[in-house]
Design a protein around this ligand. Structure first.
Ligand SMILES: [Zn+2]
Length: 188
């Protein structure tokens, strides 16, 4: 889970790597990752941005930008990335999604920038109910509505500012150059 997802541009040639142990759970607003990507970018899944093929199943993959060899490049382990804003969702095939190499984007596309990576954006109503069994149903509904609003406010104050990209990630997105064997744009 993550708290927010914002659309931004990734140019052809941008280097990126898969995040290790990223979950496949539905994220924000109950959408799967590729649904979230389509929802936030307004695009339809078609080709894998890592290998350029469209013959395989396309999923929403968790990635970080850069080769990992430069100062400030994000790590790939979920634990270090937790709660941060270094993770992005890209359209990627299931084969590429399982690899640990450095990819270069095969074409320019919109991607989704996650804020609060790994943090559950839903207030846990079931847990609250089980901890407050003394309340009747009406009281419980009122309290849960209040707690849910308070949790949403807390998330906003804690993660809302993460909409601004990390400086190094912004630099990577700005400086990408097309790969040598570049293919024509896929019309995204
Ligand atoms: Zn691929």
């Amino acid at each position: 889970m993550s708290v927010y997802g914002y659309s931004c541009d990734m140019r052809e040639g941008t280097r990126f790597r898969n995040v290790n142990d990223s979950t496949d759970d539905p994220v924000i607003d109950g959408m799967g990752w590729i649904q979230l990507w389509e929802n936030r970018t307004g695009l339809k899944r078609r080709d894998c941005c890592a290998c350029g093929e469209n013959t395989k199943t396309i999923v929403g993959g968790h990635v970080v930008l850069g080769s990992g060899n430069c100062d400030g490049d994000a790590p790939t382990d979920s634990e270090s990335l937790f709660g941060g804003k270094r993770v992005f969702i890209v359209p990627i095939c299931t084969a590429c999604n399982g690899k640990s190499e450095v990819f270069r984007a095969k074409f320019s596309t919109r991607i989704v920038h996650l804020a609060g990576y790994g943090v559950d954006s839903r207030f846990n109503e079931g847990k609250y109910a089980s901890e407050h069994f003394e309340l009747d149903n009406t009281q419980l509904r009122v309290e849960i509505a209040q707690k849910r609003n308070a949790y949403a406010h807390y998330l906003w104050t804690k993660y809302g500012r993460q909409r601004v990209l990390n400086g190094r990630d912004q630099q990577i997105l700005d400086m990408a150059v097309p790969s040598l064997r570049s293919r024509p744009s896929k019309g995204y």
